[in-house]
Write a protein that binds this ligand. Structure first.
Ligand code: FPP
Length: 250
């Protein structure tokens, strides 16, 4: 799969793959004197909106950062409610995702998740496996460093077993062992909630991704806010290491 899909952007260019850090649920709730978990609940509505609009706009893949390796450090009751929310969302939404042609996949350290949740995740993946309209990837208990470490462990095991020469390890081979393998790298990264950092999301995959940050809190992220990011992307020039003249074909 090529590293990036859109090498000649311009009016109307749609990112093939959009990756999102959905930040600001807690602050949205605090501003309304609600418990933080009310923000997460409200955030599930934005998840639905962005999935539907991605299908409408012809985005092929959407990766959502739902729970990071670092989020385990949050208060136990917030972690518990988030896990419950993921479970409920799966039970509630999978039939509709399936009916709308969405393939659901999860990336992250499943060993840290409750067996009941992992079971539901597997069932959802199996059920939607043949769907092609949108590849929806939910990063759960995921960290970019975790992914790089697990890929490295796989290659090291092969090398230790004598079935892989260390000198043969290259970028393509490493990328092929990441949990994100097999999809185009993200063309557009969106982070809501005002912070301007990548926070251990798709570290390897974001190398050439266009970054978009907005102060909008995730529960307020609607079609208009998503469109603003898509429109901005359409106007960007992606040189991918080349000169402007080369990109223009001169
Ligand atoms: C970050 O906001 C958000 C999360 C850690 C959880 C994201 C979860 C959802 C949007 C719920 C549903 C998701 C799916 C895939 C069904 P924050 O709590 O860090 O907000 P803050 O920075 O304002 O505290």
């Amino acid at each position: 799969m090529p590293a990036t899909a859109i090498e000649q952007p311009g009016a109307g260019a749609v990112p093939r793959h959009v990756a999102v850090i959905m930040d600001g649920n807690g602050r949205w709730a605090e501003q309304r004197s609600l418990p933080r978990t009310a923000g997460h609940r409200s955030g599930t509505r934005s998840v639905r909106t962005i999935i539907e609009h991605s299908v409408r706009r012809g985005v092929e893949a959407l990766t959502l950062f739902a729970f990071s390796s670092e989020n385990w450090q949050r208060p136990a009751d917030e972690v518990g409610i988030l896990m419950q929310l993921f479970l409920e969302a799966l039970d509630r939404e999978v039939a509709e995702l399936d009916a709308n042609g969405v393939r659901l996949r999860f990336i992250g350290d499943r060993g840290r998740l409750a067996p009941a949740l992992v079971e539901r995740m597997l069932a959802a993946e199996r059920r939607t496996a043949e769907k092609r309209k949108l590849d929806l990837v939910v990063a759960l208990a995921y960290g970019g460093r975790w992914d790089l470490a697990q890929a490295t462990r796989q290659l090291a095991s092969l090398a230790a077993a004598g079935s892989l020469a260390p000198a043969a390890i290259d970028e393509t081979m490493l990328a092929g062992r990441l949990t994100t393998a097999g999809r185009p790298e993200p063309d557009l990264f969106i982070r809501t909630g005002g912070d301007r950092r990548v926070s251990n999301f798709l570290l390897w995959d974001l190398a050439y991704t266009e970054l978009w940050f907005t102060d909008t809190l995730w529960p307020d992220f609607d079609v208009a806010a998503y469109e603003a990011a898509l429109q901005d992307f359409a106007g960007r020039q992606r040189r991918l290491g080349r000169t402007t003249a080369q990109v223009r074909g001169k």
